[in-house]
Ligand binder design. Sequence first.
Ligand code: MRU
Length: 339
Amino acid sequence: MDKTIEWKDDCSLMVDQTLIPFEYKKIKIKTSKEMYNAIKTMIVRGAPAIGIAGAHGMCLAAKELYEENNFIKKLLEKAQYLNSARPTAVNLSWAINEQKKVIENNKNETPKKILNALIENAIRLENEDILINKKIGDFGASVVPLGAGILTHCNAGALATVGYGTALGVIRSAYKKDSSISVFADETRPRQQGARITTFELVRDNIPVTLITDGMCSYFMKKGMINFVVTGADRIAANGDSANKIGTSTIAIAASYYNIPFYIAAPKSTIDMSIKSGNDIVIELRDENEVKIINGKSVCAEGTKVINPAFDITDSGLIKGIITEYGIFKPNELQKIFS
Ligand code: MRU
């Protein structure tokens, strides 16, 4: 399987997601600063993918610093810098922490050896990500009804991970079992990850997909055309409250009204047991121009105020199950994964 982000030729090779669907192009990220900017500007996006980007960022930082004095101190400062690129997806800090463990375990080795250990660990995380997503996909497929009309939001696919995807992993596995399912992707304003990236992935895999706008979901739920929902997550609190792309909670509320099962598909690394509930999750606020400007032109009157939160919190009570690589859990059962 083609990795959408991987360590190659001493740098991070990733798909530039801002170009999708017009171009599928890989770019080389060669410095930790370039990596910070790639995460911030969403050249790489999606919780697991930015986790791997963070792990690669640590390798790039080690490459920059290994001949300097105070190598470890400077490297740990870079960890903080990379981690500050985006606040909501816990996978970024999780993967950077995995790299910090490598630094701690090798602290008596030479800087060059630490660099090599960081690269080795980053490649391990890449490979694990694909295996985890396949497990998530297969567990999830077991609860997809025959012939389902599945709604997904944003992009939780191969491009949001290293490969296969989480929510799209469920859809990929379900489609292998039952080619009569159909998929609804909503646009996902303002960055259009559903319209641009999810449709791109599904069309490329020959999985039937219908694009709808964000406000249309209850129309199709009422008509019986959507009877299953699966999305990814950026951070799941200990009680199961889940942060995901803005608009997810609206869909979950509509699904609950129409008695439609709403699932989250995410790896263990997206679960943050240090956070009790969604109230404590930091929501990233992004530039107002993402909302105001479409195709280079303002779509509102000058002087209009805009607030642009990138994520919302879906209350655990609205979530039927959280599909992980360890199986499917009710939101109040997450502790089982950690014990
Ligand atoms: O702002 P984005 O595009 O990084 O937000 C991505 C999402 O909200 C995804 O649904 C989530 O990261 C899960 S990706 C497997």
